[in-house]
Write a protein that binds this ligand. Sequence first.
Ligand SMILES: [Zn+2]
Length: 291
Amino acid sequence: MPELPEVEVTRRRIGPLLVGRRIREVRTTRDSRLFLTRPTKLRARLRGRSVAALGRSGKYLLAEFDDGARLVVHLGMTGQLFSSAAASPRLLSATRRASLTPEAQGDFRPDAHTHLQLRFEDGGPQVFLRDVRKFGKVLLLEPGESHPRLARLGLDALETTGESLFAALRGRKAPIKAMLLDQALLSGVGNIYADEALFRAGVRPARRAGRVTRLECERLAAAIREVLERSIETGGSSIRDYITPDGSDGFYQDERRVYARGGEPCLRCGSKIRRITIAQRGTHYCPSCQS
Ligand SMILES: [Zn+2]
């Protein structure tokens, strides 16, 4: 699932391809669970608008238009927002990929999973939203309009401080890992980053959140920012369906120390990494390095 770093990488790469450009035409697939705003309305409403900014709130991308309307995009499990300049054969089915010459494999043609196509008046690169499993969301907010999903979001994970984390965790009985995944507390920390940050901070994921000390909160906040920033630098994780908007794969997965390494030796001490389940999510930690 794309997490905050992947969404931020998407924002930084796609932003320059959107900002200042006027939309000539919007093509969509049929109405489905993906569209919180009906496709017919999107097509009519966005035509002729130009994009003023591409922002992010937690894992939501927010394209702001010249009239103050905002298009909210959540990438769900398999969403990809990229431009027609993108080149990754991974976007194509195996049979289609095999039928192309190596030179042609870079060309993306919108398919049944391409739910949004933005064409621009300048005739330059189009921007696509593709989502195979359709757990993503697309929503248009009129000027000044808000949405409960956005209003509920906690502090942006990239701006976490030890002090704010410590304050938020007081009296909480849930495991610290579950609290880190709670988007109302901290927006944008997903499963991989929660496990990695807890490892770096030396805190066991099952610890009762309210018992994590002030000092540990300092270490944990620093670790959260560090793993997220490092992942943004390397282009995000590239697990399963995620690809970066320009079609290249992310590299963060090569830096994982505990996530998805259950049964393997800890890179720091050699103990076997354990895998447990917390908040229905696979959770990985070192029993020696984390207490
Ligand atoms: Zn260890």
